[in-house]
Design a protein around this ligand. Structure first.
Ligand SMILES: Nc1ncnc2c1ncn2[C@@H]1O[C@H](COP(=O)(O)OP(=O)(O)OP(=O)(O)O)[C@@H](O)[C@H]1O
Ligand SMILES: [Mg+2]
Length: 226
C-alpha cells in the first residue's frame, strides 16, 4: 500500500492540479496511480467534468459520469463553502468515521499509489469539532502540502506545516505550485521556507513546461510513500 494525503495552505492553491499531474506522470511511466476526492463542496452535477473529481478521473483515464464521480467523491455538496457549512445547508452532516472507512477501503483496493485529495486547507472544519488535520492524522498518511508562490505564502506555508506536524503528523513534501502572480522566482520562496523546515523536501511545480517537475515529484512519491 502506498498512499499520501494532498492538502494545502488554503483553497484554490493547486491540490487538484498537482494530484492530476502526479497521476499523469506515473501513468505515463507505466505505473498505477489513482486518486479520491471524498468531500467536494461547490459541486455542480450539470458539469461533472469541471469538478475536482472529474479532473482526477480524466487524469486516471476514466470516463467522467455521475456514477464514476460518486464512486470517488461520495460527499458532494452544492454550496461553494467550507464543508461543514455546505453540509449544514443540505442537512447532511459529514461523518469523519464514514470518511475514514471509505478512504481505508479505497487505499486497500488501489493497485498503486493512492492520493487522497482533502478539501480546502489543512485546518478546514469538517464538523463542529474536527478539521482536515484530524482526517489526515486518523489515516496516518504522510501529507503532501501544496502551497503557492504568491506574496504571503511563506507565512501561510509555515503555519500549515506547523499545524500538520503538531499532533505527530508527517509531511512527505511541500509542493510549491507556482501562483499566477509571484513577487520573486519560486526558487527564492523555496529557499526561504527551507531555512525554517530543514528536514522537509520541497518541490516546485512551475506554471509552464512542468512535465519534468511532475516526473520528479512522482518519482519521489513513489519512492517515499509506503
Ligand atoms: N502550477 C500551476 N500551473 C498552472 N495552473 C495552476 C498551477 N497550480 C494551480 N493552478 C491552477 O489554479 C487553479 C486552482 O487550482 P486547483 O483547482 O488545483 O486548487 P485546489 O487546491 O484543488 O482547490 P480546492 O480547494 O477547490 O480543491 C486551477 O485553475 C489550476 O489549474
Ligand atoms: Mg481541488
Amino acid at each position: 500500500m502506498k498512499a499520501a494525503f494532498v492538502t494545502a495552505t488554503g483553497t484554490d492553491i493547486g491540490k487538484t492540479y498537482v494530484t492530476a499531474g502526479i497521476i499523469r506522470a506515473l501513468r505515463g511511466q507505466g505505473a498505477q496511480a489513482s486518486a479520491i476526492k471524498p468531500v467536494m463542496s461547490g459541486y455542480d452535477p450539470g458539469r461533472p467534468e469541471a469538478s475536482d473529481a472529474g479532473i482526477l478521473l480524466a487524469a486516471m483515464g476514466k470516463p467522467v459520469t455521475a456514477a464514476t464521480v460518486a464512486a470517488i467523491s461520495p460527499w458532494r455538496y452544492a454550496a461553494p463553502l467550507s464543508p461543514d457549512m455546505a453540509a449544514a445547508r443540505e442537512g447532511r452532516a459529514i461523518s469523519l468515521p464514514d470518511i475514514l472507512t471509505f478512504c481505508r477501503a479505497a487505499i486497500r483496493a488501489a493497485p498503486g499509489l493512492m492520493l487522497v485529495e482533502g478539501v480546502g486547507g489543512a485546518l478546514v472544519p469538517l464538523d463542529a469539532s474536527r478539521t482536515v488535520r484530524d482526517w489526515i492524522d486518523s489515516l496516518q498518511l504522510p501529507a503532501l502540502l501544496v502551497a503557492g508562490t504568491y506574496l504571503g505564502t511563506i507565512s501561510h506555508t509555515l503555519t500549515a506545516a506547523e499545524a500538520l506536524l503538531r499532533q505527530g503528523g508527517r509531511i512527505a513534501a511541500i509542493v510549491l505550485s507556482e501562483s499566477a502572480h509571484s513577487p520573486v522566482p519560486p526558487e527564492e520562496t523555496d529557499a526561504s521556507i527551507q531555512k525554517f523546515l530543514p528536514g522537509i523536501a520541497l518541490h516546485i511545480i512551475p506554471r509552464h513546461f512542468n512535465h519534468l517537475s511532475f516526473q520528479q515529484l512522482a518519482d519521489f512519491l513513489a519512492r517515499s510513500c509506503g
